[in-house]
Design a protein around this ligand. Structure first.
Ligand code: NAD
Length: 495
């Protein structure tokens, strides 16, 4: 069986631990590959390679870094289809969705190509007589990235292009569920001409993560995944004296006001709740229907759900694929039952849809009259389940968002400019959409939530990403009075 190894110092390396994890095709339920699970020894080798590479890479000119990043960007563009196919094969998302993921990753590489402009620093001339003060931003050294299963190509590209653009070297630990796409992207990075060791990939699980967390040569750590692990990673990394940013889970609300365009809101709710089988940290999982809009909105969502085609991601007719694992599928189905038991109305029950074969498929579910004490409301389900909560007023909707511990994204649907503008201020979330259900920032802004959706004080990619991957150095210089110079400067001083 095909075995996915590590990429260390520019070479494919077989793991010494002998441990492997299974990789499935979620559309068939079959195991298609094994992935090596690193022991501390592989992590140490990857960090040592990155440390050695940093000695030179940290001083490589901005012009050369940019050329290599542009070459990498072009290779990713040329191989987009291959990356997308790998995503569909191991994650299950439909090919269109997979192509979208690659496109968002490319946006981040393109941003990193502009690093020369972004890292210009600041300069204060003549702060005192003959004294100049200037600030430069320098790389940190070896930095690590730990990424989740749901965007196996894009999330690594949120991190390492910006990190290496700033002069760091990188160790990536992708999700063990779908490692082929990030491995292929790392191979393209090598092919672009980066020196060995600038980007290393260690596949693995908690063992690899824990070694990265404690390794004295890892200076900073970027994490994206679930909230409990984000909390753990942030606490452990900072306790080990590292700079850390850790993005966690979500429960994103979409408030629909009575004046909203209901057809537009229903389209948005369906694509944002069920796209990628709801396995997106920016998925909408709660619709807050304000006032009398609820019945009409639920009907409009239901009509659209009946037409939604669930099937293998490789089938061009499919609009939603399977879940990542059998366990994930069963867990999500368990939430539908918990909602029914708690007394909400199951308008569409995804468990009723039958599928041929052993794929990890589940149909789409719509729950109405959900209340905030139910587990379908309190927990991140991470599957194709949308809950509708009825609210009497705009203020009740906003209060719900504020009371929820997560704070990744929030959206409002309305035609009222004043209400929309007020929501911008009121929503307790890091990314807010006005008539946009999934407000993922473009690559030249930065991505990150609030509250239990993110730990650390910088968000990811864009300008905040560059800030995270560099540290400021302030230089103060004084030169002798020009009149004492041994060179005749030819004209008088001007101060
Ligand atoms: P996860 O937390 O299970 O895993 C994330 C990473 O942590 C993986 O690389 C995994 O190997 C590692 N890991 C898992 N358990 C660990 C442990 N006990 N100790 C150390 N490391 C461990 O998350 P997932 O299931 O891969 O991804 C889905 C989650 O990620 C969802 O909660 C989703 O909301 C979140 N997510 C958040 C964002 C965001 O930007 N906020 C983006 C994508 C996904």
């Amino acid at each position: 069986m095909y075995e996915i190894q590590h990429l260390i110092d520019g070479h494919t390396v077989t793991g010494s631990s002998g441990d492997t994890g299974p990789v499935f095709d979620p559309a068939t339920g079959e195991q298609t590959a094994k992935v090596a699970l690193a022991s501390a020894a592989e992590v140490d080798a990857a960090v040592a390679s990155a440390k050695a590479a940093f000695d030179e890479w940290g001083g490589v000119s901005l012009a050369r870094r940019t050329k290599l990043l542009l070459a990498f960007r072009n290779l990713v563009v040329d191989n987009s289809d291959e990356i997308a196919q790998r995503l569909t094969a191991e994650h299950g998302k439909v090919l269109d969705d997979a192509r979208g993921e690659v496109a968002r990753g490319i946006e981040n590489i393109e941003f990193s190509c502009g690093v020369a402009d972004a890292l210009k620093g600041t300069h204060s001339e003549q702060a005192s007589s003959g004294v100049d003060v200037y600030t430069v931003r320098q790389p940190l050294g070896v930095v690590a990235g730990i990424t989740p299963f749901n965007f196996p190509a894009m999330v690594p590209m949120w991190m390492f292009p910006n990190a290496v653009a700033c002069g760091n070297t990188f160790v990536l630990k992708p999700s063990e569920r779908d490692p082929s796409a990030p491995m292929f992207v790392a191979e393209l990075f090598q092919e672009a001409g980066f020196p060995p060791g600038v980007l290393n990939v260690v596949n693995g699980d908690k063992v690899a993560v824990d070694r990265l967390l404690e390794h004295p040569d890892v200076k900073a750590l970027s994490f994206v995944g679930s909230t409990p692990i984000a909390k753990y990673v942030y606490a452990s990394a900072t306790a080990h004296g590292k700079r850390a940013q850790a993005l966690g889970g979500a429960k994103n609300h979409m408030v629909v006001l009575p004046d909203a365009d209901v057809e537009m809101a229903a389209d948005a709710a369906v694509s944002a709740a069920y796209g990628s089988a709801g396995e997106r940290c920016m998925a909408i999982s709660v619709v807050v229907a304000v006032g009398d809009v609820g019945d009409q909105l639920v009907d409009a969502i239901k009509v659209r759900m009946e037409k939604l085609v669930v099937g293998p991601g490789t089938d061009p007719g499919s609009e939603m694929g399977p879940l990542i694992t059998r366990e994930a599928r069963d867990r999500v189905a368990g939430y539908v039952q918990a909602g029914a038991d708690a007394g909400c109305e199951v308008v569409v029950d995804g468990r009723d849809q039958a599928f041929d074969g052993d794929g990890f498929f589940l149909g789409v579910t719509l729950l109405d009259h959900v209340t905030t004490d139910m587990s379908v409301y309190t927990d991140e389900i991470f599957g194709p389940v949308l809950s509708v909560v009825r609210a009497d007023s705009y203020a009740d909707g906003v209060q719900m968002i504020r009371d929820n511990p997560f704070g990744n994204g929030a959206a409002i649907f309305t035609r009222d400019g004043g209400a929309a503008r007020q929501f911008q201020r009121d929503a307790d979330a890091g990314m807010v959409g006005i008539n946009v259900p999934i407000p993922v920032p473009v690559g030249y802004h930065s991505f990150g939530g609030w509250n239990d959706s993110a730990f650390g004080d910088t968000t990811m990619y864009g300008p905040e990403g560059l800030r995270f991957y560099t540290r400021p150095k302030v230089l103060t210089s004084r030169w002798p009075d020009p009149s004492t110079s041994s060179v005749d400067l030819g004209f008088p001083r001007n101060d």
